[in-house]
Design a protein around this ligand. Structure first.
Ligand SMILES: [Ca+2]
Length: 281
């Protein structure tokens, strides 16, 4: 049971915020590893009959009961309905993963049966819902309403390195912070469920942490990373895209906090980030 708890939690989280088919569609084309990161290990797997497998998950749900009610018609006759008790049932989820490790189909069904009694059927027909993968968007982008602010930003020879360069979907434009620890944060247009973050640092060797927040006050660190160190201080290491999966976390803010740099102290730009992309739905 201990292993199943994180899965239940993430399931409750994602199902409560949008409808089930939309959520399940986002998994099409992703890998089994992605599925396990998001949903935890499956209860069991079965062969799909084509060299792949079917990952099986289940969640116990509760249908509310009714209190019963009565009404009277024009002739004065009163009718009543008895209250009905609520009941528990199981919702079973089946993810079909092909031999190339891609999820190509899903289905779910509600069932009173206990886990061991449910059969798994092979999938030999067209998917039961549309297979258009709902693409995860970069919710941090300025095009999508993301707004960037930073502790500070540097200007050199008339070229300002604005915070807004961190979420303009252009890897050639870069935000540059002047003081350590440097930070730049993005507020999205609303709260999203975050599934991955990619931070692309540039030039210096930098250590940073990535954080998420729902309110811009309380922050959770979701990753720590140090960029490559192959060149002497002051010479460019080039661009370092670093991507991390996030376990379906609600957030309205993302932040990169650079805690150390190998930039010479004489350099105006101590921290340089090309893009901070945050993916979710
Ligand atoms: Ca940029």
């Amino acid at each position: 049971m201990r292993n199943i708890l994180p899965f239940f939690f993430s399931l409750i989280l994602i199902i409560s915020c949008t409808n089930t088919a939309d959520i399940l569609n986002t998994w099409l084309g992703l890998s089994k590893h992605d599925l396990i990161v998001g949903w935890g290990p499956p209860l069991r797997t079965e062969p799909d009959g084509k060299g792949g497998e079917i990952a099986v998950y289940a969640k116990q749900l509760y249908e509310d009961g009714t209190t019963g009610y009565s009404w009277t018609d024009k002739k004065g006759t009163t009718y009543t309905t008895a209250p009905e008790a609520g009941y528990h049932y199981w919702r079973w989820y089946y993810f079909y993963i092909n031999a190339q490790d891609k999820i190509y189909h899903w289905r779910y069904e509600d069932n009173q049966a206990a886990p061991k009694q449910v059969d798994v059927y092979h999938h030999d027909e067209k998917p039961i819902v549309n297979t258009q993968r709902k693409s995860l968007k970069n919710v941090a982008s300025s095009r999508g309403g993301g707004r960037a602010t930073a502790r500070d930003y540097g200007t050199h020879m008339g070229n300002a390195r604005y915070p807004s360069y961190i979420n303009d979907e252009n890897f050639e434009t870069k935000w540059a912070g002047m003081r350590m620890p440097a930070w730049c944060q993005i507020e999205f247009d609303r709260e999203y469920v975050i599934t991955s973050i990619r931070c692309t640092a540039d030039y210096h060797t930098q250590s940073y942490r990535l954080e998420l927040s729902r309110n811009g006050t309380n922050w959770n660190t979701v990753a720590n990373h140090t960029t490559p160190n192959n060149q002497p201080s002051g010479q460019s290491e080039g661009r370092d895209p670093y991507e991390i999966k996030i376990n379906n976390t609600h957030a309205r803010f993302a932040r990169v906090v650079i805690t150390s740099t190998d930039a010479p102290r004489s350099h105006l730009f101590q921290a340089i980030i090309s893009e901070l992309e945050v993916f979710g739905y």
